[in-house]
Design a protein around this ligand. Structure first.
Ligand code: TMP
Length: 224
């Protein structure tokens, strides 16, 4: 983690992936499992996580008759992220919690960078600015073929958002983006095969997370 994050005792874990990868279900399962093992856990999501950021999420994800420029989308996401980092994530990490966040900065690189075509270097600068360089300790990338993911997602009619309706090509670029990120930072970003059964995925997730938690001297479990 960058120097200004060293005073944070907690562990920051992010879950990433394309549409229909099952990461949200897995985030809930991980939260329940770690909590039952005595860890002090916060489960949150992006865009969102604070009342103000959740309002930005609704604006971002609701369908719009107006064309939304990629720059507009990126800036709103980053605005929500700043609120989330300042009001929720950093305070929880300062208290020594395990923070599980459903999406974070890597989604911006994959969706707005690789997907929308915004400049990757500039997005990295903006991400650093919006988070004061807060970087996850561990990121799980839930990888699923685009067609499988979109099929799953379109089965969940109530749960669809503006980005789900992007062309298949867009989602392929997003997936390629996550793969490029995982290749660039293999120590932080671990690929999870999201085609497997929910129980198998949960087992891989738990093993990767517990391994990371055991290596952290500052994370302790409450006795039950
Ligand atoms: P979710 O459906 O996984 O909760 O994510 C909401 C949508 O927001 C999803 O389509 C991806 C998108 N998104 C971005 O495009 N960039 C980002 O930085 C984040 C956090 C989400």
């Amino acid at each position: 983690m960058p120097s200004q994050s060293r005073s944070l005792r907690g562990i920051f874990i992010t879950l990433e992936g394309g549409e229909g990868s099952g990461k949200t279900t897995q985030a809930f399962r991980l939260f329940r499992s770690l909590t039952s093992q005595g860890y002090d856990v916060l489960h949150t999501r992006e865009p969102g996580g604070t009342p103000f950021a959740e309002r930005l999420r609704s604006i971002l994800l609701d369908g719009s008759a107006e064309v939304v420029a990629p720059e507009t989308e990126a800036l709103l996401i980053l605005a929500a992220r700043r609120q989330h980092v300042d009001h929720v994530i950093r305070p929880a990490l300062a208290r020594g919690k395990v923070v599980i966040c459903d999406r974070f900065s890597d989604s911006t690189i994959a969706y707005q960078g690789y997907g929308r075509g915004l400049d990757l270097k500039f997005l990295r600068v903006l991400n650093n600015w919006a988070t004061s360089k807060l970087t996850p300790h561990l990121t799980l990338f839930f990888d699923i073929p685009v067609t499988t993911g979109l099929r799953r997602r379109h089965g969940q009619a109530a749960d669809q958002n503006r980005l789900d309706h992007e062309a298949r090509r867009f989602h392929s670029k997003v997936r390629a983006g996550f793969h490029a990120l995982a290749k660039r930072e293999p120590r932080r970003i671990k690929i999870v095969d999201a085609r497997l059964s929910p129980d198998s995925v949960a087992a891989s997730v738990e093993s990767l997370v517990l391994d990371r938690l055991r290596r952290s001297r500052s994370i302790t479990r409450q006795s039950r």
